[in-house]
Design a protein around this ligand. Structure first.
Ligand SMILES: O=C(O)CCC(=O)C(=O)O
Ligand SMILES: [Fe+2]
Length: 234
């Protein structure tokens, strides 16, 4: 099978080469997502499964990743009403300096977001559901506030593997609503509409995911915090 040949090939690569291979597989997987209308046994779906499963199997932490890529979803007990409000206010302030990035705006985490990114509360929640990880300290606000803004299917690459994604604000006038979509290879597609205050912890470097377009009047503000798996207990 092609995927086992690719995995064999990867063993002869050095680390930068392997990272490049993962980048290419991730880009291919993002482009090959079959639409709802396409039959699941289409050639495109087969190609998608090949590249996406190769990529997931190239990750050293592959055995920790659940089939649907989701480690946890819920309202963390440490995130009380006051803290959620303060994060929402900080997100609103940081929106002024956020930069347009493809079809959304990206802002750096402010003081509160950075504190949360290195807090023991969040670290122990993430470690409880995803195993031993190191906080990268990377916290970013993502804003979708112009009609049609979205993120195309992709894999998060680079400095983190586990994404702790907080929904801070979701305002709308009409349905259907924008959602976070996950496209696992061995599990059904996930359509997630997080409530403000909800957190999802997922393996963003192993499962293709996307944000569907916001409609007129719809506003989504997200805070994402990255973690890297420690390899010691793999
Ligand atoms: O908007 C979302 O829910 C997804 C954002 C995303 O792709 C990410 O944080 O890596
Ligand atoms: Fe992402």
């Amino acid at each position: 099978m092609l995927s086992s040949r690719i995995l064999q090939l990867s063993e002869s690569l050095n680390e930068p080469e392997r990272d490049n291979l993962k980048l290419l597989l991730g880009m291919a997987a993002g482009q090959l997502i079959p639409s709802d209308a396409e039959e699941v046994d289409s050639a495109r779906f087969e190609a998608y499964k090949t590249v996406a499963s190769c990529l997931a199997r190239l990750q050293p932490h592959r055995d920790r990743v659940p089939k649907n890529g989701i480690a946890w979803r819920g309202r963390p007990s440490f995130l009380d009403h006051a803290m959620l409000n303060s994060l929402r206010e900080e997100a609103t302030r940081e929106r002024q300096s956020a930069l347009r990035h493809d079809e959304h705006f990206l802002g750096c985490g402010g003081i509160l977001a950075n504190e949360l990114a290195s807090s023991t509360d969040l670290l122990s929640l993430v470690e409880g559901v995803a195993g031993s990880v190191a906080a990268t300290g990377t916290a970013s606000y993502i804003y979708y506030d112009e009609p049609g803004q979205n993120i195309c299917p992709h894999i998060d690459t680079g400095i983190f593997s586990v994404n702790a994604l907080f929904m801070l604000r979701h305002d709308f006038v009409d349905r259907p609503l924008s959602s976070l979509q996950l496209y696992p290879v061995d599990a059904p597609r996930e359509t997630l509409q997080l409530e403000p205050g909800e957190l999802i912890v997922f393996w963003a470097d192993s499962v293709v995911h996307a944000r569907t377009s916001v409609g007129p009047g719809e506003v989504v503000n997200i805070l994402t915090v990255g973690f890297s798996p420690n390899v010691v207990d793999d």
